[in-house]
Design a protein around this ligand. Structure first.
Ligand code: ATP
Length: 516
């Protein structure tokens, strides 16, 4: 764990040092849980969004895009259930004055039990060596069985409390389990109360409740209220989907862990409208399809897992998370939810407008069911970087120094695809030649020109931002119009004619490699 938190600290520092992410309003000591993307961050995030958009919209004839406004009619949030039910259970510690989510305290307790089980397993593995049968040990060891029973009891009771939103029960549970403030150890807790996560603001000249507007806490509702507009104008037949990328805002109680939990963040959501009764088939389809999308990025399969929800949201009849192993443990990266006809029916009821589809095969009208895939662009960004950032020793290389930080991003997502570097910065002929190459390549992809250091330093700088290819212009270039191309991961160099560089790099950084 300690090692992992070191890794996480390093990642956060790397993001700042190399222009990926800055704390918002840093000169005023920052705004908690709000972040800005720097020059390399914005390029990487845009590429990530493009990969999602292409995979969802461009690759599917029956999925179309939308860009709905952040502000929506306030009734939207009544119909969706957000005004009444978009709450987190809040608890304060009276001694430390720290604020926590009661559900997360209980989840933390369960994680501790899991940790104890893992510890027993590790101890036994050392004791038994090669003959160790982990599955059998987990089934039969007395201590492990006891921990597992305790975990299951807590899990079931907690799921029931969450489903019933029983706040008194949650407080009782925190007391009974003797859960302490993780920072200070104090057990002096307030009651648990509901805290609504929506930010609100006021519309122009209308005073009071009537003019109260919310900053959308999810992009999905913009899709639901436009369901008929989109269906009619595109003449899509069920099943079909509407995809959207956009900002969402949540007044999170505990916002830690960098861009994992922010108060302003970006979602990439797709709502897939289906015939009632077919939703489980589509739910399974999207579960598999979305997992493939993650794996295509080269994410190690053992770092991804499905996690079924124990307690379902008011709108869902099935829900699963795709979890990723962040440096602070497995956490939700994406949610796949079968939302039934809850949203469309509620909007239909409150607006008095029919939100139905005429199914020509069945010759009847109905409110479609919806399967949703919803992923945070920022969480995805964090998962990409935590996979990609590697510190390596460089054995027997003629490059400067013997370690390097390298971002092994998929080339199609890298912020800069190619850097053009003169071997010596004070040689006018090299500089001029390199500039000429850069001025041509920049028409095809994002390029850097850099002559501000020794070649070894320039390579390190490009490695640290994940540039897959470095083109070096040397004295041989002046003689025969060839350059070397250095590949980021292997650090191997190949000499090629300048005329071939554009084609070679374009081919390697093409997003097709991910989409196929
Ligand atoms: P969590 O349980 O972590 O609060 P959630 O279940 O409320 O997340 P959803 O409402 O399903 O999240 O939102 C879909 C996706 O949006 C999440 O999988 C996550 O990637 C992203 N997301 C949600 N809240 C935040 C946040 N505060 N900051 C960054 N990303 C977020």
């Amino acid at each position: 764990m300690a090692q992992q938190s070191e890794l996480f600290k390093k990642l956060v520092a790397h993001c700042k040092e190399y222009g990926f992410i800055y704390q918002s309003s840093e000169i005023y000591d920052g705004l908690s849980a709000v972040y800005d993307y720097g020059p390399n961050g914005v390029l990487l995030k845009n590429n990530l969004k493009e990969y999602w958009w292409k995979a969802m919209v461009q690759m599917h004839e029956n999925i179309v895009g939308l860009d709905a406004a952040i502000f929506m009619h306030p009734k939207t949030w009544v119909a969706s259930g957000h005004v009444d039910a978009f709450n987190d259970p809040l608890i304060d510690n009276k001694d430390s004055k720290r604020r926590y989510r009661a559900d997360q305290l209980i989840e933390g307790y369960m994680e501790k039990i899991e940790g104890k089980i893992d510890k027993e397993v590790e101890k036994a593995r050392k004791r038994f060596g090669d003959s160790f049968n982990e599955a059998l040990f987990r089934e039969t060891n007395d201590r492990v069985v006891k921990y597992k029973e305790e975990h299951e009891n807590v899990r079931l009771r907690f799921a029931d409390l969450m489903t019933r939103q029983d706040l008194v029960g949650m407080k009782d549970m925190i007391d009974e389990l003797e859960i302490a403030d993780p920072e200070t150890g104090s057990r002096n807790w307030t009651e648990v109360r509901q805290f609504n996560l929506m930010f609100s603001t006021q519309l122009g000249n209308i005073a009071g409740e009537e003019g109260k507007l919310y900053l959308r806490p999810e992009t999905a509702q913009g899709i639901f209220v436009n369901f008929l507009n989109v269906q009619k104008t595109t003449r899509q037949k069920l099943p079909f989907g509407i995809a959207q990328i956009g900002k969402a805002f949540r007044n999170e109680i505990v916002a830690r862990q960098f861009i994992f939990r922010m108060r302003e963040f970006e979602q990439m959501e797709m709502q897939f409208f289906v015939r009632p009764g077919t939703e489980m088939e589509w739910y399974n389809h999207w579960k598999e399809t979305r997992m493939k999308w993650h794996l295509a990025l080269g994410t190690p399969p053992e770092k991804l897992r499905f996690h079924d929800h124990d307690n379902l949201a008011h709108y869902a009849n099935a829900a699963v998370d795709i979890e990723f192993e962040f440096p602070f443990g497995f956490k939700e990266l994406e949610g796949i939810h079968s939302r039934t006809d809850f949203d469309l029916s509620s909007h239909q009821q409150l607006s008095g407008k029919k939100l139905q589809y005429f199914d020509p095969e069945l010759n009847e009208n109905y409110v479609p069911y919806v399967v949703e895939t919803s992923i945070g662009a920022d969480r995805m960004f964090l998962s990409l970087l935590s996979n990609a950032l590697i510190e390596e020793t460089v054995p027997g290389s003629d490059e400067d120094g013997n370690t390097r930080d390298v971002l092994k991003l998929p080339p199609a997502l890298a912020p800069i695809k190619c850097a053009v570097l003169p071997l010596k910065r004070n040689e006018d002929a090299l500089v001029e030649k390199a500039r000429g190459i850069f001025d041509e390549l920049k028409f095809s992809f994002t390029c850097h020109y850099d002559d501000t250091g020794s070649i070894g330093k320039l390579y390190r700088r490009q490695d640290a931002i994940g540039t897959p290819f470095c083109i070096t212009v040397d004295f041989e270039t002046l003689e025969n119009d060839t350059v070397t191309i250095r590949e980021r991961d292997s650090m191997t160099q190949q000499r090629v004619p300048i005329a071939q560089v554009e084609k070679m790099v374009s081919e390697k950084v093409d997003m097709r490699h991910l989409l196929k």
